[in-house]
Design a protein around this ligand. Structure first.
Ligand SMILES: *Cc1c(COP(=O)(O)O)cnc(C)c1O
Length: 222
């Protein structure tokens, strides 16, 4: 894998309004640095400890995104530096992020995760759950988190129509929330959707942020 070349190809082909999160999970620091030297500054990890270790070892101008399921008891380890938390799916988690952000005198950007795939998973909210979260007094009281958009994962399938339908659903959710809860908020802008195998469809459906691992770094070996 020529990681630098892959990054440069993405830089050339992505529309200007779509950000690339390079998903470096399981990849060693030297490989992350190949992407960094090609100009990549946004990286994503899905394990708290790996994120923390990479943050400590690597250049400080990297923006670290947490893209996995975050347990409330681990928020404190990433609160000092995480620049975006992609997969927030409960008020409980949002409240802990708010508290830990306050301890660090920060405001942390978050995305709400939605369950758009057919696959059974415990992660991700429905539109109704998000509405009840966003409409609650508890949510209005949170001063150290900024909800900046939505995130989701499509079904892992070759059926392009299905994937397109799910990404379109997430785009619609974004628009409903934007008009009902964030119409006067300039920072509610992000739709994080699309991975190595489906990012072209995600971009067609309005993605502003794709999360790409194996197409940049090669297959992961666990
Ligand atoms: C691993 C992962 C990705 C990247 O997956 P690839 O198929 O390697 O591009 C994107 N999003 C999330 C949430 C992930 O866990």
């Amino acid at each position: 894998m020529d990681v630098g070349k892959n990054i440069r190809e993405f830089q050339q082909k992505l529309p200007k309004n779509v950000k690339l999160v390079a998903v470096s999970k399981t990849k060693p620091n030297e490989v992350v640095m190949e992407a960094y030297h090609a100009g990549q500054k946004i990286f994503g990890e899905n394990k708290v400890q790996d994120l923390r270790e990479k943050y400590e070892a690597l250049p400080k101008d990297i923006e670290w995104h947490f893209i996995g399921h975050l347990q409330t008891n681990k928020v404190k380890y990433i609160a000092p530096f995480a620049s975006l938390i992609h997969a927030v799916d409960s008020l409980k988690l949002l409240k802990v992020i708010d508290k830990e952000a306050a301890k660090n005198s920060r405001k942390i950007d978050c995305l709400l995760q939605f369950h758009i795939a057919q696959e059974e998973t415990k992660f991700g909210m429905s539109l109704e759950e998000a509405k009840s979260l966003l409409g609650s007094d508890e949510f209005s009281g949170l001063k150290n988190v900024a909800v900046c958009g939505v995130m989701g994962m499509a079904t892992y399938t070759n059926d392009e129509n299905q994937v397109r339908k799910e990404f379109t659903m997430l785009h619609n959710i974004f628009q409903v929330l934007k008009s009902d809860y964030f119409s006067s908020c300039n920072s509610f802008t992000e739709i994080s959707m699309g991975m190595s195998h489906d990012y072209p469809l995600a971009i067609e459906a309005g993605s502003t942020m794709i999360r790409v691992g194996s197409s940049i770094f090669g297959e992961r070996v666990y």
